[in-house]
Design a protein around this ligand. Sequence first.
Ligand SMILES: [Zn+2]
Ligand SMILES: [Zn+2]
Length: 261
Amino acid sequence: MTVYYDQHVHTRHSFDSEETIENYLQQTTKQLVTTEHLDFENPSEDFKDSIPNFNRYNDDLQRHEERFERQILRGIEVGYVHDHKNRIEDFIDDKPYDVILLSTHQNGKIDFMDPVVKEFELERLIGEYYEQMIRSVEEMPTANILTHFDYGMRRVDVSVEDYQKLAEHYLKHLFKEMIAKDFALELNAKSFVKYQNDTLYDYAIPLYVAMGGTRFTLGSDAHVAEDYELGFKEMSDVLKRNGVTELVTFKQQIATSVPII
Ligand SMILES: [Zn+2]
Ligand SMILES: [Zn+2]
């Protein structure tokens, strides 16, 4: 029987991680997939392009596959900005990724985790953030998982009541597009555990389920091996409370259902 494994993992092939493939292979005996950052003109890196060099990445994985006699899956986390659409498509087009994560991190000017977002009026932040995220789902030709739907809310204190009032019509639009394109909704441990946005997940998951959403993934968003499968117990419990019994994994971008343990 297939066992669920972490589908949001960074290594030194991402601009913001120093972690090695080897440490993850020693951390877990499960299927390993790494999902490295692609963010063009990244405000978190002085507007440099954050690009995982595919040849170097692939060579590194191949070396470890031979040494450890284990298969490793290839993944990428695309930080989507409309102006970068063509460059993103060109980058992904010819590469054999097993899983593509779709994220909204930045808008070409700021990262939505920069301290400056705390000064934004909440209505403006939510509007800008979710309009961009909806557009990413509409425009991205292929992706499998929508990550951390609450990334833009990590820096701000927002009650569920205010969030629902301001964000619900955007979320309904977002989920409708995602369901139509078979994207899975990620429960993200960095958001859920580290930034304590679990209440936003408690609110959003039943909404997604009520709209017909059935595909879920868990992602630790680990940047160090110790964080592999962070928060999986708590995040699984939320899904179970909502009657969800299955998760999905992706290989060659084909979904497989696996039971939630
Ligand atoms: Zn991310
Ligand atoms: Zn990530």
